[in-house]
Design a protein around this ligand. Structure first.
Ligand SMILES: Cc1cc2nc3c(=O)[nH]c(=O)nc-3n(C[C@H](O)[C@H](O)[C@H](O)COP(=O)(O)OP(=O)(O)OC[C@H]3O[C@@H](n4cnc5c(N)ncnc54)[C@H](O)[C@@H]3O)c2cc1C
Length: 709
């Protein structure tokens, strides 16, 4: 058995070798010149910042908040002069809401800022917003409100409103937004941490021995200047068209250009009031003879909408979608002309389904997160949510790496854990996008035909049909297609119409149209390898990922390593009233990157806890113990685990609340169970204390494996 001193020598040796490896790797990094090995030839010496985040979208901002809470100095560079108001994402899934719950109560603010759930729980399919309803699907289940699987519910809030809430939280942590012209006082040595620097576009990067030098172009009034920043770790959260991803030469893998769309952000109180009264919903799929579109009701009470219209360039061009043209399309979708439509923004965008081939490059100093690492169809709302969960995964790893507790192999587990999840979510989004297409297909409008016709005109037929006629030909073909949606075809007296409407009913009843909630993927995503001690048990339900065979939508709680800690209500021994309960997720700190060891009050489990507390302290790993007592353990309340865990103070005693299902049963363990939970609430290791022969050896093995020592 290695002694404690030997293990710590090994660890120091590991760090030495990892530094040596870093230096050797710098020599082969494509950006490095011999000058760059010292200061990049820029005159910027030594890292100014532990972490520089490029891109102040939701993902970059959430990471800046997590790192600031953990005491890691960081700054954010944002190329735009102001934050975008175009509301892209709006659906916040369960897991993201759990993460937001730990960000100083952000989830509560989201809940109070969002519209009431009854106004957005449905998707409605219709011939116009005031015409016949072809079907409607309710996406909320009773268990969502009962909070069975999670202490929070999914939410619906526009991305820019979420960003505003995040900025307010960051302000409270001392992280401020600096317009580029107010940063005139900037000197190469100015302290940068806690700044969100607007108008700073990252244009080049250069690795050094200690990290990365980032050059940003700053548009300062009439003059453009360049500023350089030296950081230990560079985070690329610069979105789907990431400059950093291009600079480091990382390719994307998957399907490109699934669909092109025009996104029209507009306000109309008239339309809001009409839908509130007649058919409240989140998404409206409108199919009629004149036009086809998807309306996203961001906030019915505020009359805020985004319309998505299929777009076929180069025959159609962006200029065709003037505000006036968009207003006409809106009237055709509504079925009457709202008088107060105010078009705020019109944006073309392309739907891809791609994941970056690598998440870490340049000697693990450049890390891709969010849309820079993956871009999916928005079907199912996985884009931003996956990005938020990416940074929740990397934040604690950055902490232990920068504090030299762990080597860069811990950082690399970010890729082995998160990349498979992005691939799975990409597959799921594509499947869900196809499900969305099943409705127009059932109506006799096969969107794949439209895309094929468009492709044919752009390739083969393009040489036969004169350019100035292509648009008319394309629109002619589309309007013939849309004739399938005429009242003449789609009615109860026409046998074709009857057959199509029947088919539609079946699609909705069988849940085969576009879905909003995927609990097995949202809460049940599970890391198979990475900063965990993988388990060989058969308990793999939630590890069935999209694209890998059978996909279950049901979330099944489990204590399997790699899974998110299951949620169950428990009562702290210190609770003053029976109403004072916690979720097991609350046992993990949101303010520091602390591991949590969960045990039952048994001799053998206490022994393991004492050994792990000792080992963690030696390695400078933050760790707390939670002892889960069976229900009605009142007689033990006065002493709790004090005697058994003496002299340690970082523990808490809680008791189960529900008699019908015990915590250990939920985790698929007996009450000899021991669970080690990471700071991101994913289970790192589980065992049964009566099966551990040598607790010291086991503790060393487990912590070394999880931290990649
Ligand atoms: C129509 C639509 C609906 C969607 N709905 C949902 C949904 O309901 N739920 C969901 O989870 N997701 C949804 N998404 C996806 C979601 O919008 C994205 O996944 C999310 O914006 C990604 O966040 P991010 O911070 O990674 O990137 P972004 O939000 O793109 O932010 C990147 C930031 O980096 C900045 N930047 C870019 N280049 C540079 C540079 N060189 N230097 C400095 N700064 C730079 C940009 O200006 C931008 O501010 C939707 C997307 C679309 C298009």
């Amino acid at each position: 058995m290695p002694s404690v001193a030997m293990v710590s020598r090994l660890r120091r040796g590991d760090l030495f070798f990892s530094r040596l490896r870093r230096q050797l790797a710098v020599a082969v990094c494509p950006f490095t010149s011999s000058a760059a090995a010292h200061d990049g030839g820029t005159g910027v010496s030594g890292p100014h910042l532990p972490v520089l985040i490029v891109g102040a979208g939701p993902v970059g901002l959430v990471l800046s908040m997590l790192l600031t809470k953990f005491g890691i100095k960081c700054a954010v560079l944002e190329k735009s002069l102001s934050f975008s108001r175009h509301p892209q994402a709006h659906f916040i899934n369960n897991r993201s809401m759990e993460i937001f719950r730990k960000l100083d109560g952000l989830s509560e603010e989201i809940e109070s800022s969002q519209p009431p759930v009854d106004l957005w729980r449905k998707f409605i399919y219709c011939t116009s917003l005031s015409g016949s309803i072809l079907g409607s699907v309710d996406h909320m289940q009773p268990e969502d409100f009962e909070k069975v699987n999670s202490p929070v519910c999914v939410a619906h809030l526009s991305q820019y409103k979420l960003v505003n809430l995040l900025l307010k939280k960051l302000e409270k942590l001392g992280m401020h937004v600096y317009p580029q012209d107010l940063s005139d006082d900037w000197e190469p040595d100015s302290p940068l941490e806690k700044r969100i620097l607007m108008g700073h576009e990252c244009t080049s990067i250069q690795p050094t021995n200690e990290g990365v030098i980032v050059t940003a172009r700053v548009h300062n009034g009439t003059k453009v200047e360049e500023r350089r920043f030296h950081c230990s770790i560079l985070i690329a959260s610069d979105g789907a068209r990431s400059t950093i991803r291009r600079l480091v030469g990382v390719d994307m893998k998957g399907e490109r250009g699934l669909q092109e769309l025009i996104s029209v952000h507009f306000m109309s109180m008239d339309l809001g009031k009409f839908l509130l009264k007649n058919r409240p919903g989140m998404l409206f799929f409108v199919f009629n003879q004149d036009t086809i579109g998807v309306l996203v009701a961001h906030h019915l009470e505020q009359g805020e909408f985004v319309l998505q219209i299929p777009y076929y360039p180069p025959q159609q061009n962006y200029q065709d979608f003037s505000p006036q043209a968009c207003e006409k399309i809106i009237s055709k979708l509504v079925g009457w002309a709202p008088q107060d439509v105010q078009v705020l923004d019109i944006k073309p965008w392309v739907m891809h389904a791609e994941v970056a081939e690598k998440y870490l490059t340049c000697n693990d100093r450049v890390i891709l997160v969010g849309d820079a690492a993956h871009r999916f169809p928005p079907a199912g709302g996985f884009g931003m949510n996956t990005g938020i969960q990416d940074v929740h995964n990397i934040a604690w790893k950055i902490f232990y790496f920068l504090n030299e507790v762990a080597s860069s192999s811990l950082l690399r587990t970010y890729e082995s854990e998160r990349r498979p999840i992005a691939i799975s979510n990409t597959n799921l989004s594509v499947e869900n996008f196809k499900a969305a297409m099943s409705v127009p297909s059932a109506l006799g409008l096969d969107p794949t035909v439209a895309n094929s016709v468009h492709r044919a005109i752009n390739t083969g037929l393009g040489s036969i049909i004169p350019k100035n006629m292509q648009k008319a030909v394309l629109e002619g073909i589309f309007s013939i297609g849309r004739a399938q949606l005429s009242d003449y075809v789609l009615n109860e007296k026409n046998p074709v119409g009857v057959m199509r409407l029947e088919k539609l009913k079946r699609i909705f009843a069988e849940g085969k149209s576009l879905q909003l909630q995927f609990p097995a993927h949202d809460l049940g995503f599970c890391y198979k390898e990475g900063a965990i001690v993988a388990d060989t048990s058969e308990d793999t339900q939630n590890c069935n990922r999209a694209g890998s065979g059978t996909v279950s939508r049901e979330y099944i709680p489990t204590g399997r390593p790699g899974s998110r800690l299951p949620h169950m209500h428990v009562k702290p021994f210190t609770a003053a009233s029976t109403k004072e309960t916690l979720s097991t997720l609350d046992l993990v700190s949101g303010d520091k990157p602390e591991f949590l060891l969960i045990i039952a009050p048994l001799k053998a489990s206490y022994h393991i806890a004492r050994v792990i507390l000792t080992k963690a302290e030696e390695l400078q790993v933050l760790l707390k113990v939670c002892v889960i007592w069976p229900q009605y353990s009142c007689q033990s309340r006065s002493t709790g685990s004090r005697t058994e865990l003496k002299p340690w103070k970082n523990y808490m005693d809680v008791e189960e609340l529900k008699k019908e299902r015990s915590w250990w049963d939920m985790c698929r363990l007996t009450n000899n169970g021991v669970l080690l939970v990471r700071p991101d609430e994913h289970i790192a290791w589980r065992t049964e204390s009566d099966k551990v022969a040598d607790a010291v050896l086991e503790a060393e093995k487990v912590l070394s494996q999880v931290l990649g020592l």
